[in-house]
Write a protein that binds this ligand. Structure first.
Ligand code: HEM
Length: 419
């Protein structure tokens, strides 16, 4: 597998690789950090220090304190890192110093962040989400029926998990039907480690161009999609949104909503197939699906190398002082298995009473698309297991390639068969 920019993380392998036969459990080294205490310091491969927050209460405290900055890109310059370290990013982001786009609000702090977040929230309306739900259902059914029509074998990642959220983002942004194949192809290439760095860079540049054309088209001819809504609502915005901001907002929604949802869909399917008792419980009581989605979010915690923050001053968490300028990793996989919070946290239990997890983050940056993600997971998983009742892995579980080297954990492919 050729190395990709996205794949080159400075994380020590033991902090991301899974134990043989335990694809869903946090890495053993991460578990050990948690046993040492809720806050610890490790050395990255690029020589920088990383402060790891392993406990649930401490993770929430960090995520709700904006003195832990999200501006990880621009603050790189305050680190005294070597040029190579800057190129790799203090926290593993393959970005150059100062490269943050005008509208990338996921990397902004209040009040800059507040202005864009507020505009975005006004577009995630109940009416739009309801309309999207109908389309999610149609898209999921179309994809599954296409798999069935093609035979009794598929790669669930390429044929279902990647295209579903990509098409949903097309709906959200108002991408014309004729342009969707191009959009999907390019966004899939940017995520896939099987492609070279050049291929990914070319696809990324293509997506940027695509988004610029889309924004220009929406300015010219608005529809009832989110980008048009932002442009219309823009009249009230102060200052009004620029084209560059709109382009970055589109790319941020794609960046935050595609890879995450795709990996949750595929990894959840893998986890349910590997826990037949839980799958049987879900089949016996389809009303369990909402609970199942929350428990899978907790249990799988796919955002395994983030969220990341930078301490803007000396800050104390659980009695430990984190120095100004330090990079902090909120370790969602261990925080979501904190035994002080959940009983038998290492067990996947779809009937577990619901309790807030950190799978969608917490605080001012808490996932903006979480309702949409829940709809995609609920409908995607329910349709899959209903329409393909004999669904099973086509290869032994140990042969499923895991995305341990990526920002978002999951599987590179999931070969499945059915009768
Ligand atoms: C933020 C997880 C789906 C849009 C976040 C954060 C997490 C997360 C952990 C917080 C990041 C931080 O604190 O730095 C997930 C997971 C998803 C998912 C696990 C799928 C299962 C989506 C979808 C969309 C979306 C479908 C939109 C289409 C966003 C945006 C932010 C965000 C825009 C940034 C919010 C802000 O900075 O104010 N997501 N997400 N996400 N997510 Fe999601």
């Amino acid at each position: 597998r050729p190395a990709s920019i996205i794949g080159q993380r400075p994380f020590p392998p033991e902090q991301v690789e899974r134990r043989p036969g335990c694809p869903f459990d946090p890495p053993a080294a991460r578990e050990r950090l948690r046993e040492d205490g809720p806050v610890s310091k490790i050395r990255l491969r690029n020589g920088a220090d990383l402060w790891v927050i392993s406990g649930y209460d401490e993770a929430r405290a960090v995520l709700s304190d904006v003195r832990f900055s999200s501006d990880v890109i621009r603050r790189t310059s305050s680190f005294n890192l070597t040029p190579e370290q800057v190129a790799e990013g203090p926290s593993g982001c393959p970005v150059q110093e100062g490269e943050r786009g005008d509208g990338m609000f996921i990397f902004m702090d209040p009040p800059e962040h507040t202005r864009l977040r507020r505009l975005l929230i006004s577009q995630f309306t109940v009416r739009r989400m309801k309309a999207l739900e109908t389309r999610v259902q149609e898209i999921a059914v179309e994809l599954i029926e296409a798999m069935r029509a093609a035979g009794t074998r598929a790669d669930l990642v390429a044929d279902f998990a990647l295209p579903l959220p990509s098409l949903v983002i097309c709906e959200l942004l108002g991408v014309a039907y004729g342009d969707r194949a191009e959009f999907q192809e390019r966004s899939a290439i940017t995520l896939n480690t099987g492609n070279t760095a050049e291929e990914q860079a070319r696809a990324g540049a293509g997506l940027l161009e695509f988004m610029r054309t889309l924004v220009a088209a929406k300015r010219e001819n608005p529809g009832d999609d989110l980008l048009s809504g932002l442009i219309r609502g823009d009249l009230a915005a102060d200052p009004p949104l620029s084209d560059a901001e709109l382009v970055d907002i589109g790319l941020t929604l794609l960046g935050a909503g595609h890879e995450t949802t795709a990996n949750m869909l595929a990894l959840s399917t893998f986890a349910l197939l590997e826990h037949p008792d839980q799958l049987a419980a879900l089949r016996a009581d389809p009303a369990l699906i909402d609970n199942a989605v929350e428990e899978l979010m907790r249990y799988l915690s796919i955002v395994h190398t983030g969220p990341r923050r930078i301490a803007t001053e000396d800050l104390t968490v659980a009695g430990v002082t984190i120095p100004a300028g330090a990079t902090v990793l909120v370790s969602v996989p261990t925080a979501n298995r904190d035994a002080a919070r959940w009983s038998a946290p290492e067990r996947l239990d779809l009937t577990r009473p619901r309790s807030p997890h950190l799978g969608f983050g917490h605080g001012v940056h808490q996932c903006l698309g979480q309702q949409l993600a829940r709809v995609e997971l609920r409908i995607g998983l329910a349709e899959l297991f209903t329409r393909l009742p004999s669904l099973r892995l086509a290869v032994p579980a140990t042969e499923i390639p895991l995305r341990t080297d990526m920002v978002i954990f999951g599987v590179h492919s999931l070969p499945v068969v059915w009768d």
